[in-house]
Design a binder for this molecule. Structure first.
Ligand code: NAD
Length: 369
């Protein structure tokens, strides 16, 4: 009998990472597909899944992943130097490949292949394994809650015997997955919401959520064939900053989520604009891990400038680790369905999804810069 394919669930070593890459429900499905699953001791704990929950569905618990492993799953396998890797295995994880040269060295040394979840093509067939969307949606929701929690005023219109409070005015910059979820969240709380994006398609989506859409005059559409935003020319960037300034100054809260794949986040909120904001207003810079949309943002910190609070959250999905893990796990399971045929691992490069996501093959980098 050939050995069963064994999947190892890595315990995330980064202190700020609470998520786990596979939850017991999906481990159960993998075992039913004929695979074995090993869990690094306590890997699910911080997300709310105990060793016992994994054992109950048939997983083995090990202090450290063993040499039997063929496929390692992780949220971010290369974020910590404390990780060890099983030689010749395939790692399914998110990565920071464009900014971290060590990854390729580790993979060469250990003959590793890597499927990177952030390289998912944004096509209909890949939606089930789209971890960018599943995690961005959580980040947008959390950003809305940070606004609600940190403003010094009500979000909805509030009519009381002691007076009427007007709804908070929330501006959302960038209306991709995170931005739209942020709009939906603050809208449900009763805010007066305005959305901004440089892709015209995003305008329709902003309006469909009941928010106002603002756009500058210079625009032709800024959408690439892949559905992403184009980086703006210096001239456009300048007029964009001028255009946005008056809306930012009027807002009680700004949630900024603007991003361009593979590039630093565009700067949309200048220091001099922050200086003009109302005291007590709030900026939640969801793009902080990509460099931030606000010139003041500091990753992982909350800073206060002229009584304006600026949040630079480093890992919002990790703050909602149970659900973030549950949806990430579903993304990984859906990928496994493409990789496992007749209980064997088959990396089919004819499949455009696998071709796009396999960024390292047996230690060799496959992505084009
Ligand atoms: P993203 O995180 O790359 O960017 C966030 C938003 O920032 C985008 O809406 C982008 O247009 C906007 N942006 C970039 N530069 C900007 C600037 N200078 N000013 C204002 N806004 C700016 O985006 P995302 O959430 O990953 O979504 C990217 C695209 O993929 C969207 O079109 C989305 O609808 C699409 N998508 C498709 C699928 C699918 O079909 N499977 C799934 C998810 C998302």
């Amino acid at each position: 009998m050939p050995e069963k394919i064994t999947v190892g669930i890595l315990r995330e070593k980064e202190k700020s990472e609470n998520r786990v890459s596979l939850v017991p429900k999906d481990v159960n499905l993998l075992i039913k597909m004929g695979l074995s699953v090993e869990l690094e001791d306590g890997a699910g704990e911080r997300a709310g899944f105990l060793n016992q929950d994994y054992e109950n569905v048939g997983a083995q618990i090990s202090k450290k992943l063993t040499d039997k492993i063929n496929i390692i799953t992780s949220v971010n396998a290369f974020s910590s130097q404390k990780n060890s890797y099983v030689k010749n295995s395939l790692i399914i994880t998110t990565t920071n490949i464009r900014n971290d040269n060590k990854i390729i060295e580790i993979c060469k040394k250990n003959n590793l292949s890597v499927i990177a979840m952030e390289f998912v093509p944004r096509i209909a067939r890949a939606q089930k394994l789209d971890a960018l969307s599943s995690q961005a949606s959580i980040a947008g929701y959390k950003a809305g809650l940070i606004v609600a929690n940190s403003l010094n005023k009500y979000i909805p219109l509030m009519m009381t015997a002691a007076g009427t409070m007007l709804p908070a005015n929330v501006l959302v910059l960038g209306a991709g997955v995170a931005g739209l979820q942020a709009i939906a969240t603050v809208k449900r709380l009763g805010a007066d919401v305005t959305g901004y994006d440089i892709r015209l398609a995003a305008g329709e989506e902003i309006k469909s959520l009941g928010a106002k859409f603002i756009s500058d005059d210079f625009e032709q559409d800024s959408e690439t064939d892949g559905g992403y935003a184009k980086e703006q020319s210096k001239k456009n960037q300048k007029s964009q900053l001028e255009f946005l300034k008056e809306y930012i100054i009027k807002a009680d809260a700004v949630i900024s989520t603007a991003a361009i794949p593979g590039r630093p986040a565009p700067k949309l909120i200048e220091k001099k604009t922050v200086q003009l904001m109302k005291p007590g207003s709030v900026i939640v810079d969801v793009s902080a891990p990509l460099g931030g949309n606000c010139e003041y943002t500091k990753l992982g910190e909350i800073i206060i400038i002229n009584n304006v609070k600026i949040f630079g959250p480093s890992n919002l999905p990790s703050e909602m680790a149970y659900d973030a893990s549950t949806v990430y796990s579903k993304n990984i399971f859906s990928l496994m369905e493409l990789l496992i045929k007749d209980k064997k691992l088959k990396i089919n490069l004819q499949d455009e999804i696998i071709d796009a996501m396999l960024i390292i093959e047996k230690g060799k980098k496959r992505i084009k810069e």
